[in-house]
Design a protein around this ligand. Structure first.
Ligand code: HEM
Length: 467
């Protein structure tokens, strides 16, 4: 009785607390093979409405599928809610990483990241890194009989992220850092059962090895005076201050979190975009026509005005400027649509630090609030024919990062620090892929959501250079 009726001032939102201790955990982790809202959420939305209570992995939770309330929750960061994730997640991310810091320290660390991934840095340095990375990787893809997209996209994004963060050189270390992340995203939102054979267990082991490598790097840098111009330089500078924010352990966790956030999400988004484009030739055709138009108009302009620049550009393919990438509205619609339908981050967690009232229901202090972006992204009142991949639905809008109906990058003070970096990287890869190459799907492409997205059979394609 106590389990089913938690003590609280007033009537809690509708819903069931499930079985004692287990709650509704088993139903929550049930896998699905479509992009639709997870059946656990969908069934309860129909039964109880947009806000309902449940219990997951021992924690009392209120699930929000309501745009207004979800937006309100993101705005309440540091006021009536704080960032909070399941114990299993925190164990993987580390108690001292950015995600666990609040207030001024969070702001300070967040700015450190923004300084390295923000628009100024993108214009100055990152764009040319990205273009080189995309060009080099694509030419390697085109040499293969077939490639598995998620795998090669991960290699490319990891290369970019790890170079920018810590000038990572794999040949210097006995174990490869990238291999330690293969099951990380899956593990983060998988059933937190730490026994051999489970994804979570593998993830914990890999995380320990990754932290070991990163600690080695942090120590080496700490005792060296050589500057690399990367993110780790800034972390080391922090460590050398009188009242340092980091020790070796927390510095390693910090870099680990940013590294993970910077490449797993992007490589998944690139894979999803390629999957959707492969399945929707009319979208691909439109994208190719627009990309060709941009290049042709640039060439025409340069031919008439800057013969030397044209020559330089011809030598390196067809790179563009930051403003040119930003003005590719159709590409940004494809990216928004991929993120809306793909729901790479299917759940965002917070904890009420004091009692919150919503529509006459109390959410007691200490309860978890789970914001569910797919419910907002697949809301038929906002997005017609919700499961259709239709980039044209964004026509007339600029690029989306956060709104009440688009929360692919979260919102409020915790809005993804790498959102613009991620979108730029996707634009660059798509631009080079469609202007210089064509591809055909060989096999795979099916998805399973657990609730994180997996490609159980991969997505295998053959890339060829256009003549
Ligand atoms: C398509 C790619 C990406 C998606 C879908 C995505 C999604 C998200 C979401 C939903 C959050 C909010 C989590 C929360 O509120 O609890 C977040 C936070 C964050 N993301 Fe991303 N992200 C992406 C790419 C990146 C990249 C490339 C970076 C690297 C710089 C990055 C760095 C971060 C950081 C540091 C945070 C924590 C921000 C904070 O707590 O202030 N993300 N991301």
């Amino acid at each position: 009785y106590k389990w089913k009726n938690p003590i609280c001032n007033g009537k809690l939102p509708p819903g069931s607390m499930g079985l004692p201790l287990l709650g509704e955990t088993i139903q929550f982790f049930k896998s699905q093979t479509t992009f639709d809202i997870h059946p656990f959420i969908k069934e309860r939305m129909t039964r109880y409405g947009p806000l309902f209570k449940t219990n997951l992995v021992g924690w009392p939770v209120v699930v929000s599928t309501d745009p207004e309330f979800s937006h309100f929750i993101f705005q309440q960061e540091g006021n009536s809610v704080e960032l909070w994730y399941l114990d299993s997640f925190m164990k993987l991310i580390g108690q001292q990483s950015l995600t666990s810091n609040t207030g001024a320290i969070h702001k300070y660390l967040r700015n450190m990241i923004m300084d390295h991934f923000g628009p100024e840095e993108q214009k100055e340095k990152l764009l040319s890194y990205m273009e080189n990375m995309a060009r080099e990787n694509l030419s390697i893809w085109a040499e293969q009989e077939s490639i598995e997209v998620k795998e090669v996209a991960t290699t490319m994004s990891f290369g970019l992220g790890s170079m920018k963060l810590m000038s990572y050189d794999p040949s210097k270390y006995s174990e490869n850092l990238k291999d330690k992340f293969t099951s990380f995203l899956e593990g983060l939102i998988s059933f937190p059962l730490d026994i051999p054979g489970t994804v979570y267990n593998k993830c914990l082991k890999d995380q320990k090895r990754a932290i070991r490598i990163l600690k080695e790097m942090v120590k080496e840098r700490f005792y060296s005076d050589k500057k690399h111009g990367d993110f780790l330089d800034v972390v080391i500078e922090e460590m050398k201050k009188d009242a340092p924010l980091f020790n070796v352990e927390s510095a390693a966790y910090f870099v680990f979190t940013v590294l993970f956030a910077s490449f797993e999400t992007v490589s998944l988004a690139i894979t999803l975009a390629i999957k959707f484009l492969s399945e929707h030739p009319s979208v691909l055709k439109d994208l190719m026509v627009r990309a060709a138009q941009i290049i042709l108009s640039l060439y025409a302009l340069f031919c008439s005005e800057h013969e030397e620049i044209l020559k330089k550009r011809e030598n390196v393919g067809s790179p563009l400027t930051w403003n040119e990438y930003k003005s590719m509205t159709f590409t940004s619609h494809i990216i928004d649509e991929t993120l809306r339908l793909g729901n790479i981050v299917p759940l965002v967690f917070r904890r009420a630090t004091r009692d919150i009232q919503i529509d006459g229901y109390p959410i007691p202090a200490g309860w978890t609030i789970m914001v569910c972006p797919p419910a907002l992204h697949l809301n038929p009142e906002k997005y017609e024919d919700t499961l259709a991949f239709n980039p044209w639905r964004w026509k007339g809008q600029g690029s989306n990062t956060a709104s009440k109906n688009f929360m692919a990058f979260g919102g409020g003070m915790r809005l993804c620090a790498g959102a613009e970096f991620a979108k730029l990287q996707m634009s660059v890869v798509l631009h080079f892929l469609v202007t210089k190459y064509r591809w055909t799907k060989i096999k795979g492409g099916e998805v399973v959501k657990t609730p994180g997205i997996l490609f159980p059979n991969g997505l295998h394609i053959k890339v060829t250079e256009k003549i």
